[in-house]
Ligand binder design. Sequence first.
Ligand code: SF4
Ligand code: SF4
Length: 162
Amino acid sequence: MGLLDIVKKAAFVDILRGMSVTGTYFAVDKVTVEYPKEKLQPYPRFRGAQALLTDPATGDTKCVACMLCATMCPSQCIYIVGEQTPDGRSRPARFDLDLSRCVFCGFCEEVCPEAAIVMTQRYELATYDKSDFLLTKEKLLANQAWVHKELHRLEPNDRGEG
Ligand code: SF4
Ligand code: SF4
């Protein structure tokens, strides 16, 4: 240990330097929040749990059971059974999404030609019950409560913009 180091130690230089850094951060605005008491608003294109959107014209889901999302999903976690309505529309009789396998890539949202499936702002997905990860058609429709308002305005084939 050199003379300079001994002087530095005697004068508590390192401690004073550390305290000056701490003091600096007392004065600046904090960037953290006290989760879960405080929550941040995710960005509009945040990729949380999916939702199926309802078509205001029919009151039914916009999904036409084309199977494109299920085909494109890299995790193969979407299972759809289609059906025809009496007025000739196609829709999913069953639409299951296994969230425990989903990698939140957003491909299902991007490829959907009807803008029927979207990624929502819902990010609190922890659960003690594995069955909660199975999103049925009913649960996916209920997830519309977490859809950012911008996505409700999207028309078919609007994906990829913004
Ligand atoms: S976000 Fe990706 S992994 Fe998850 S369901 Fe959609 S396509 Fe599949
Ligand atoms: S791609 Fe869209 S319309 Fe086709 S099955 Fe999936 S959610 Fe339904």
